[in-house]
Design a protein around this ligand. Sequence first.
Ligand code: NAP
Length: 312
Amino acid sequence: MNYPPASTSDSAPDATPAILITGATGSIGTELTKLLAAQGVPFRAMVRHRHEPATQALAALPGATLAVGDFDQPETVMAALAGMERAFLLTNSSEQAEAQQLRFVQLAQQAGVRHLVKQSQWAATPGSPVRFLRYHAAVEAAIRATGLAYTFLRPNLFMQGLLSFRDAIAQQGKFFAPIGDAKISVVDVRDIAAAAAAALTQPGHARKTYDLTGPAALTHAEMAAQLSTALGHPVAFIDVSPDEMCAALRGMHLPAWQAEGLIEDYAHYHRGEAATVATGVQEATGWAPRNFADFARDYAPAFAGDPVPVAR
Ligand SMILES: NC(=O)c1ccc[n+]([C@@H]2O[C@H](COP(=O)([O-])OP(=O)(O)OC[C@H]3O[C@@H](n4cnc5c(N)ncnc54)[C@H](OP(=O)(O)O)[C@@H]3O)[C@@H](O)[C@H]2O)c1
């Protein structure tokens, strides 16, 4: 096992550290890799499929190199980690996520990684009734126990989550959730990516946990009103029951574990547990988070069927 000094990652590096990005083809990873490329920071991205369109776009970024790897194949993860000093850890929230992430942490330590930046979630707590929050808390605890430098990113609900309702918003002018009139301090994925980029490339982010939110807490009806303004046609929010939402998610072939986890997530939002506005984006990046109107304006073409816009 390799235990570098915990202070290493906090001192200004002489050269750009070797950085591994996992989850690089996902919503945060796409924005993060574009940011690193725009900043002239070289990185290695662990990808499952070399010939997918998302991977091809990634490979075309300046400074990008690819390592084909799968969280479920430890030897490929170890190969991706070889020579890396810092790593961004992100998986989607599947039933395998906790085991995948715990194995990654162990392998990263063996490979000599000095600083792990983990994509976690707002209110990650061991005793949470929300399974996603319990697994994130378990992985955070395992990372702390390694003695490695770490940064935990705990974002609230993503504004870009509304993109999964693109068709319903474009064709029927509506989206739905079991949320009532609870407020959520939703955050723009581009700000999460910026916090990750800062933690991976700048000194001063070791042993920090950033609660990442937007600048205001909004109800879904308020989001619908702002989307209506940006899109130029009425968009309505429809409150549905948890059972209706679960049936819709299962109808989209989401595995039961994930669908039930999302229902737990929405119950947590419904209880008003995600309404606090936090300062993590400002602390991590030095600038104020984007508001929902920024998101609605920038993504208006995507809601009309155009490709998702490039981060600025
Ligand atoms: N959605 C929210 O509102 C919200 C809020 C707070 C926190 N979060 C957290 O954010 C995370 C999800 O972030 P995201 O939306 O950016 O994820 P995402 O878009 O679902 O992307 C998941 C990434 O993981 C990769 N991946 C999946 N399985 C893999 C495997 N076996 N081996 C290697 N790579 C694999 C995917 O690669 P492929 O392209 O190969 O599939 C993709 O790049 C979760 O931890 C979630 O708890 C989400």
